[in-house]
Design a binder for this molecule. Structure first.
Ligand SMILES: NC(=O)c1ccc[n+]([C@@H]2O[C@H](COP(=O)([O-])OP(=O)(O)OC[C@H]3O[C@@H](n4cnc5c(N)ncnc54)[C@H](OP(=O)(O)O)[C@@H]3O)[C@@H](O)[C@H]2O)c1
Length: 331
């Protein structure tokens, strides 16, 4: 496996590729809304927000809220039909052609590279990156690179996307990275090098670990970017009535709802998305970084999630898995 080393140098706001891999796929569809089709020009003073997993649940609700702000929105999801429908829905709400849909599988690193490259060409400045797409799988599955799919979807794809978008995020006066984690991380250990295969796979543990990875990544990223205008925060959205787990069948899906219903804690996606919107646009969190939120307030994540050595180990492990080595100058 080759390790590529790049330098993200915030002081000159420029990324230097020392060596870069060429991953080319032809199945990325970018569908700009009508007015954007007429403009090939990148608009550097236009505020831009990117949301992954915006075709359903919390991501879609966040897009519905964020489109009301003066933002160009880019929605990344894997289903083109759903993407078109959500793009139309959001444009109707905002009354503007301010949405672009990009079809890509977040667990496919070649596609993420291609998406990031196209985004950087079109949007030299990105103000908000919401890493929201997520899934749980009852059975062991792998992505195209042979990596367990929960970890690849919930952590690695977003890890890669974030690193590749640091340059446009740094071009914003205050780029904000928002990672959607979960209270499922509590109780999970941080040994990411453990062997996982179809025999050892535990769906609950795989999901919990991926959400712990979201937190370790958020905190390490915040530390690494402390000398830049970019902030990185995470959140637990609550127990939310969404399509999460529907891929595992009706029984599995309803179990999730019943769990939170019994505790009278089940909330709507719009309520959960309020914390994303708050972190994305509120002045109250300007400059705030490396924190974990629920209901627009900071909460304490597990002790393990604050383990800096574990965060560094995960970072190095993730770099190797996505073939992307990064040095952020100043650390
Ligand atoms: N619901 C909860 O109670 C809860 C609690 C804690 C944390 N969370 C987190 O909240 C986030 C959003 O989940 P949700 O509850 O809103 O679930 P959801 O309704 O299933 O939405 C998930 C979104 O992610 C997209 N997605 C999944 N896998 C993808 C992939 N490989 N590539 C691209 N997009 C992909 C889905 O696309 P499709 O439309 O194509 O499926 C959908 O747009 C997740 O990170 C989840 O872990 C949810």
């Amino acid at each position: 496996m080759k390790i590529f080393s790049r330098v993200f140098d915030p002081s000159c706001r420029k990324e230097t590729a020392v060596e870069s891999p060429s991953h080319v796929t032809n199945n990325i569809i970018i569908e700009p809304s009508a007015s954007m089709k007429n403009s090939q020009k990148a608009i550097s003073d236009q505020r831009t927000g990117v949301i992954t997993g915006a075709t359903s649940g919390i991501g879609r609700a966040a897009a519905r809220q964020l489109c009301r702000f003066d933002l160009q929105l880019i929605l990344i999801s894997r289903n083109a039909a759903k993407g078109r429908s959500v793009t139309n829905e959001i444009c109707k709400i905002s009354g503007k052609d301010n949405v672009t849909f990009i079809q890509a599988d977040i667990a496919n690193f070649a596609e993420i590279r291609q998406v990031a490259s196209q985004l950087k060409k079109r949007y030299p400045r990105i103000d908000i990156l919401v890493n929201n797409a997520g899934a749980r799988f009852n059975d062991y599955k792998t992505n195209a690179d042979g990596i367990e799919l929960t970890f690849a979807t919930n952590h690695l794809g977003h890890f890669l996307l974030t690193l590749l978008l640091l340059e446009p995020l740094n071009a914003s006066p205050g780029g904000r990275i928002i990672n959607v984690s979960s209270d499922a991380h509590y109780g999970c250990p941080a040994d990411f090098g453990y062997v996982i295969n179809s025999k050892t796979y535990d769906r609950k543990e795989a999901y919990g670990r991926s959400k712990l990875a979201n937190l370790l990544f958020t905190y390490e990223l915040a530390r690494k970017l402390a000398h830049t205008p970019i902030t990185a925060n995470a959140l637990h959205p609550g127990g939310v009535a969404t399509n999460l787990g529907k891929n595992n069948g009706m029984i599995s899906w309803t179990r999730h709802w019943v769990f939170y219903l019994m505790r009278r804690q089940l909330i709507l996606p719009s309520k959960a998305a309020e914390t994303i919107t708050f972190l994305a646009v509120s002045d109250a969190v300007k400059g705030v970084s490396g924190k974990y939120f629920q209901n627009k307030k900071t909460i304490r994540s597990s002790d393990v999630s604050h383990d800096e050595a574990a965060a560094k180990t995960l970072w190095n492990f993730s770099e190797r898995l996505v073939d992307e080595g990064w040095v952020i100058r100043g650390r």
